[in-house]
Design a protein around this ligand. Structure first.
Ligand SMILES: C[S@@+](CC[C@H](N)C(=O)[O-])C[C@H]1O[C@@H](n2cnc3c(N)ncnc32)[C@H](O)[C@@H]1O
Length: 254
């Protein structure tokens, strides 16, 4: 009998499928363009190349990124502050299937607890649901120190000054309106204890790794300065930021 493994899912799986479908169509158009002679052939070849650059590139790049993530068994970076807090209470916003939240839970010292909230957008991660994250926590042996529930970054379902650490890994770019991002930052500030820590990880628009993975769609993401300004504007002091392959992680304090 095979042992059940946690299922963390693929980020933007539906989008990857759509990109690759259009990209493959681009290959066909390009080949037809090569076969047909004359101006029409040239136009079709150019359209084919454009479809490949715009769609096949991110289609393949993002699939490769997911394969790398599935294989990687890395520690959560920048979480060394956890060990310095007695019985830490951690909130992971946008926990999804628990890829980051469960790693954080594994590093919790005795008496610590992690709460995870998410709106469970199924387009963000395949298999994204409360059932999946609870099952993954069970399989990873952290059920007793984690609680997952439905909840939005813009309306956090917890009282004021509850958490020592709030973590958001690759989440805030999905809160599309700037006003909602501001609402989320105010909510985070509210639920953090005085001197509590905020950790935000986001993709950096012009990093070569992001461009390699997502091609032209790197424009969906913001530059580092954007996050820097948003964090400072909401009463946090940035203590540190680190670059992990195009992914910038800020550690800030209330
Ligand atoms: C790219 S996934 C990252 C998941 C997880 N943090 C990880 O490291 O694997 C983004 C997650 O943010 C969630 N999300 C998007 N908007 C949200 C919001 N307003 N409040 C809470 N979660 C949100 C999505 O449902 C999705 O699970």
């Amino acid at each position: 009998m095979s042992e059940e493994k946690p299922k963390y899912g693929w980020y933007v799986k539906n989008l990857i499928l759509a990109f690759n479908t259009v990209g493959l169509f681009g290959i066909i158009v390009f080949i037809i363009g090569l076969i047909i002679l004359g101006m029409l052939g040239v136009i079709l070849s150019i359209i084919g190349i454009a479809l490949m650059v715009f769609f096949l590139w991110p289609g393949i790049g993002l699939a490769v990124m997911n394969v790398i993530l599935d294989k990687a068994d890395s520690e959560v970076q920048g979480m060394d502050i956890i060990s310095k807090i007695q019985s830490p209470r951690v909130l992971d916003i946008g926990c999804g299937t628990g890829r980051t939240a469960i790693k954080i839970a594994k590093s919790l010292p005795k008496g610590g607890h992690l709460n995870g909230i998410d709106i469970y957008n199924v387009n963000a991660i395949s298999g994204n649901s409360l059932e999946t994250v609870n099952r993954n926590a069970e399989l990873e042996g952290v059920s007793d120190k984690t609680t997952f529930q439905y909840g939005s970054a813009t309306e956090i379902p917890f009282e004021d000054n509850k958490f020592n650490i709030v973590n958001l890994s690759s989440v805030l770019h999905e809160v599309h309106d700037y006003e909602d991002k501001e609402r989320a930052m105010k909510e985070i500030h509210r639920v953090l204890k005085p001197k509590g820590f905020l950790i935000i990880g986001e993709w950096n628009r012009y990093s070569w790794q992001l461009i390699l993975y997502s091609g032209i769609f790197c424009l969906v993401f913001q530059k580092r300065k954007y996050w820097d300004d948003l964090i400072r504007k909401h009463g946090f002091k940035i203590l540190n930021y680190e670059n992990f392959g195009g992914y910038v992680q800020f550690t800030a304090q209330k």
